[in-house]
Each structure stands twice: as structure tokens, then as C-alpha cells.
Design a protein. Structure first.
Length: 239
């Protein structure tokens, strides 16, 4: 039986009591999909909808009802929540604490029971363990464990695991956006890709001359890589 949710918003410093407090706001949510999104981008969301909305819809063709979708670098879950009904199960990986909480909130409010959220970063075997995540923007985008030229707002200690450590074998589609750590994620995912029959992947690369990443995907894993039309930095890898 689904659990309905409402939002009780209290004024700053408000206590737990609700009686006679006229500043409380109660909001019932009657939509099938609920996203918790960074307020800093509210003008964009109000005018255009979700970031990468057209790309999310384009990705739907690669989802399968009998296979798992991996959302690696899930942020607040726009891909995970949007595509969940087209997949058997979704594994959403988001290591940054506040962004992970927003991801879980959106999943709960959307009443989606086939999404598993992990506050884990993925990487290669040498990266396993504790790593420093550099947070470079208020909305959580761009956070990275790699060296960055961006101004770092703050840092968090996160846990890194390899994708292979999850022992998955029924992956049908992968979306990966991990801010320059894509190569390391793939190095830690070789067995998963092989056991799953090398599923299609959509991934980000801010540098289209990233020789190490593209050579690994093409020559080591055996994918064909094409740039996705209309996107500045997103690519499709297929067998």
C-alpha cells in the first residue's frame, strides 16, 4: 500500500507544536513524480523544466523492463526518477551528502520502490576507500574527487567502491556523469560490463580530446562511441 506524503513547512526556529501556529504550511503532493531540486536554479526549472530533459527522454529507448538501469552520478535523481518505470530496477549512486538526501527525498515522495540509492562514489580499485570530494557549486553539480581548477566551496570525505563489488549481472543501460572520473569508474566495472553483455552507456566528457578515456572505451572494452547530437559534452557508447 503506497504511503502518501505531505510537506509541513515551519518558520525558522519553529518548534514541534502545530496548534495555533498560523505560519505553518502544509502542502499535499498529488503528482506521480516529485523532484527535490536546488533552489539556486529555480528560475531555469520554472521556465524550461528539468536540466537535460530532452536527453532524459531520448535515453528512455535504452531502458528495458527486465533489466537494471545504473545512474552513476545521480545528483538529485532526475534520470532515476524519470526512467524508473521503464526499468526493472534502478541503482542510483550519489556520494555528496546533501545531494544524496535530496535524491532519497524525491524517490520517497515519488513512491518509487524499484530505486536503490547508494551514498557511494564509484571508481577503480586503487581509489577504493575514503576519498576527498571537492564541492565546487551550490547546486552540487561538478563535485569531483579529481584535481580541479574550479574554486572549491568545501570538501567532504566520501566512500569509493568499484561497480564490480556489487556483483551485478543484469545491467541494461548506464548513465555516467562523474566529473572526470569516468575512466576510473569503467576500470572498476569490467566484470559487470562483461556479465551484462556490454550494455549501452551514456556518459559525459567535458574534454572531447580525452584520449585515455575514449581509447579505453573503444580499444579495451570494445564499444563504438558517438557524440549525442544537440549535447555539448555527452556521448553514447554501444557494442
Amino acid at each position: 500500500m503506497p504511503t502518501p506524503y505531505f510537506i509541513l513547512a515551519k518558520p525558522g526556529g519553529g518548534n514541534a507544536r502545530v496548534d495555533e501556529d498560523t505560519e505553518n504550511q502544509i502542502v499535499f503532493l498529488n503528482r506521480k513524480r516529485v523532484f527535490l531540486l536546488p533552489e539556486i536554479n529555480i528560475d531555469y526549472y520554472a521556465k524550461y523544466g528539468l536540466f537535460e530533459n530532452q536527453l532524459i527522454e531520448w535515453c528512455r529507448q535504452y531502458c528495458r523492463k527486465d533489466r537494471v538501469f545504473l545512474d552513476i552520478g545521480a545528483h538529485t535523481g532526475t534520470y532515476s526518477i524519470s526512467l524508473a518505470n521503464d526499468c526493472l530496477e534502478v541503482y542510483s549512486f550519489e556520494p555528496q551528502r546533501d545531494t544524496y538526501y535530496a535524491l532519497c527525498g524525491g524517490v520517497a515522495l515519488s513512491q518509487l520502490h524499484n530505486i536503490v540509492c547508494w551514498q557511494i562514489g564509484l571508481g577503480s580499485e586503487p581509489q577504493i576507500g575514503k576519498q576527498t570530494l571537492r564541492i565546487v557549486s551550490p547546486d552540487g553539480g561538478g563535485s569531483t574527487i579529481q584535481p580541479t581548477r574550479e574554486s572549491v566551496l568545501r570538501e567532504e570525505t566520501i566512500e569509493i567502491r568499484t561497480l564490480d563489488s556489487f556483483d551485478l549481472s543484469n545491467v541494461g543501460f548506464i548513465k555516467m556523469d562523474v566529473e572526470e572520473n569516468e575512466l576510473c569508474v569503467l576500470q572498476g566495472a569490467r566484470r559487470t560490463l562483461e556479465r551484462s553483455g556490454y550494455p549501452p552507456m551514456v556518459f559525459e566528457s567535458n574534454d572531447e580530446t580525452n584520449v585515455a578515456l575514449f581509447d579505453y572505451i573503444r580499444n579495451e572494452v570494445g564499444y563504438t562511441v558517438v557524440k549525442i547530437g544537440g549535447c555539448v559534452n555527452m556521448y553514447l557508447a554501444v557494442k
